[in-house]
Design a protein around this ligand. Sequence first.
Ligand SMILES: Cc1ncc(COP(=O)(O)O)c(C=O)c1O
Length: 411
Amino acid sequence: MELKNGSYQLQGTKFESLKEQFGSPLYIYDAQAIEENIRQFRQGFSSVDLKIKYACKALTNISILKLMKKNGTGLDTVSIPEIKMGLEAGFEPEEIVFTPNCVDFSEIETAVEMGVNINIENISNLLKFSEKYGNQQPVCIRLNPHIAAQSQTEKVDWWHKQSKFGISIDQISEVKRMESEYGLRINGIHIHSSSVIMTPEIFINGAQAVFDIALQFENLEFIDFGGGIKVDVGDGKEVIDVVALGQALDPVFAAFCKKYGRQLELWFEPGRFLVMNSGYLLTTCVLRKQNSGAEFVGVDSGFNHLIRPMMYNAHHDLVNVSNPAGDKEKYTVVGNICEIDNFAIDRQLNKVEEGHLVVIKSAGAYGYSMASTYNSRFRPAEVLIHNGKAQLIRKRDTYDDLVKNQVEISI
Ligand SMILES: Cc1ncc(COP(=O)(O)O)c(C=O)c1O
């Protein structure tokens, strides 16, 4: 967003006019910013066969998926409906990877029928897969390599802190047994990089350990480093330079392929990197209130629309777009859910009055996709600004949406 001629705009469209056209609260996505993020992600890689599989759980709207497809990404999905949406958006099944965790084997069978790439992250389902498909169907395995990566600050980071995910490297012998007993064809090794992606050096250390594991498998077609790449949300926390990461990883991966004896594809599954800073939640201040010294700005939204601040203590920059020249004051910005519902505490904003528009930044990822109708409030509409034009890509909920699946019985 930019401040131009005294008003905040997104690709030439003023926030006031977006509210006039589509109402408040409103999710707004900037297609140009998403395209720029895809371009940036690719920039550092020059020689390897990079495949970006957009993790669509971050923002699943079909128009966004079409934008990804148009820009040459694949798709990372975690449920059958996500696969269906990907197919509807025009992705070929082979461009899609299914990386669920903790699912019944029947979901994996359905995904196989749909023709997508399968990624399995536990021994139980891998055994069922081996018994059913033998060597007929390739499978990628998600590993939990328990790699400790030492940063310059002596801080120790673990790949896969959450032990729920992945097949432990201690269980590789069981995977190898399935290979020889059932002819299981392992075509990919997957690691969800997550917190280890802090600096290229840390990442490369971890990647080398993954390559060592990969050398034990003969039928690989790709290595998938997952997602979890943090983005700069304005809180001063360290994030990785993805171009530098690409430049560092490119020759290392090429060298690994040479050692492996074949050119493999290099996959990543970024979600938030592609969409987080491309999205905004436009809200309206409906209430100004003082309580025990605190200055509250109450907006027409809440954690039912954007749960990250309450769930993860996530930082989101806020802008009072209605008062670009106003003096700074300190506010606690709250939502309308009948529980503690903070978007920001003690935050400096240009003086806010009732009726002002308060835009919450970095709302493109895990915003709408984690939204609910809690308190029986409607989920917002979604708008995509594409080629300079703001277009509705999802309608606001209505009362009918809230009750349509309820079955009223006589009491
Ligand atoms: C396997 C996998 N891939 C990709 C992602 C996307 O992560 P992010 O949006 O942080 O890039 C996740 C996030 O949960 C994940 O679990």
